[in-house]
Design a protein around this ligand. Structure first.
Ligand code: 5AD
Ligand code: FES
Length: 327
């Protein structure tokens, strides 16, 4: 049913986003995350603005028209530097969307980056339940602040994505229901979910991983709740199951996010163990996902892939339009 609902809105096209993991430094200490501050084993790196732009250029050649800039919460890239990176990418590739995934920041920074041309923002809420959130994060983090960020991002006219891990330690069906109700209330444009996968150098190293079928089931529910959502078949899903991303699309997903991070550092951005694609060049991943999608009767759609409510305004070269107040 979810697959049919997706087809009615989007057809068989699957949008691609080039993921650029430009820094794995992080000031935060989320208990599940391999690049948490306390992990002394993580080999840290930062890409320069020029390296990021060159990576976009290579991605553009490969047909990407969305670049997702993701990093830990790395204070090295202050608001001004991020704004310059964004405006640099938009100047060089006016036909492309820029998505930021940089964690929690003050409203002023979000506004500055939006003005610089950023189109979308990914910030998973992780779990809507305050008690559960507190078991997965250090004391200085809380769900209210996360939700406030998401609402601010929406007000600023970003296409906004929230989401959660499936099977995070302590998660129950009741807690998942809270996540779904929160999503119904927030009305995001994108929702990213993937199975929790333990990382060996975190406090949750011995916790069991999330379940692939449960992730697919929740993906289907999300699609049926809102057929217009942009939903990725995530790398984590592809890590737990060799054909997890194909299964994700068959369960209702319509986005895939191949990694564009350059070879020299891509094996260092490890949020969880056994991450796929860390030894493959960007061009290999690009062709690999195309083959995988074609194997299940889908095709790669190289358009920007804005949310249907906004796509009609997002013609190449025009500045991002503010989002309507109710999407
Ligand atoms: N397993 C699965 N997903 C993870 N993330 C972080 N750590 C893990 C893990 N161990 C997810 C979080 C975060 C996103 C970028 O990656 O949901 O928001
Ligand atoms: Fe980096 Fe959580 S450890 S955001």
């Amino acid at each position: 049913m979810a697959s049919e609902a997706r087809d009615r809105v989007f057809g068989k096209g699957v949008f691609i986003r080039g993921l650029i993991e430009f820094s794995n430094h992080c000031r935060n200490d989320c208990l599940y995350c391999g690049i948490r501050r306390s992990n002394r084993q993580a080999e840290r790196y930062r890409m320069t603005p020029d390296e990021i732009l060159a990576t976009c250029s290579a991605g553009h050649e490969l047909g990407f028209r969305t670049f997702v800039l993701q990093s830990g919460e790395d204070p090295f890239y202050g608001p001004g530097i991020v704004a310059e990176i964004v405006s640099g990418i938009k100047a060089s590739f006016p036909d492309s969307a820029v998505t930021l995934s940089l964690g929690e920041h003050p409203p002023e920074s979000y506004a500055l980056w939006r003005a610089a041309g950023a189109d979308r923002y990914l910030l998973r809420h992780e779990t809507r339940n305050p008690g559960h959130y507190a078991t997965l994060h250090p004391r200085n983090m809380n769900i209210d602040s996360r939700v406030r960020c998401l609402r601010t991002l929406k007000e600023l006219g970003y296409q906004v994505g929230c989401g959660f891990m499936v099977g995070s330690p302590g998660q129950t069906p009741e807690l998942l229901a809270e996540d779904l109700l929160f999503i119904r209330d927030l009305k995001p444009h994108m929702v990213g979910i993937g199975p929790f996968i333990p990382h060996k150098d975190t406090p949750l190293a011995s916790a069991p991983p999330g379940d692939v079928d449960e992730t697919l089931f929740l993906l289907g529910i999300l699609r049926l709740m809102d057929p217009t959502l942009l939903i990725p078949a995530t790398t984590a899903l592809g890590t737990l199951d060799g054909t997890g991303r194909e299964k994700g699309v068959m369960a209702g997903a319509n986005v895939i996010m191949p990694i564009l991070t350059p070879m020299g550092v891509r094996d260092k951005y490890l949020l969880y163990d056994n991450k796929i694609c860390t030894g493959d060049a960007s061009s290999v991943c690009r062709m690999c996902v195309q083959r995988r999608m074609e194997s299940i009767g889908h095709e790669i759609d190289t358009a920007r892939g804005d949310h249907p409510d906004l796509a009609f305004r997002a013609s190449p070269g025009t500045p991002p339009a503010p989002a309507p107040s109710a999407v």
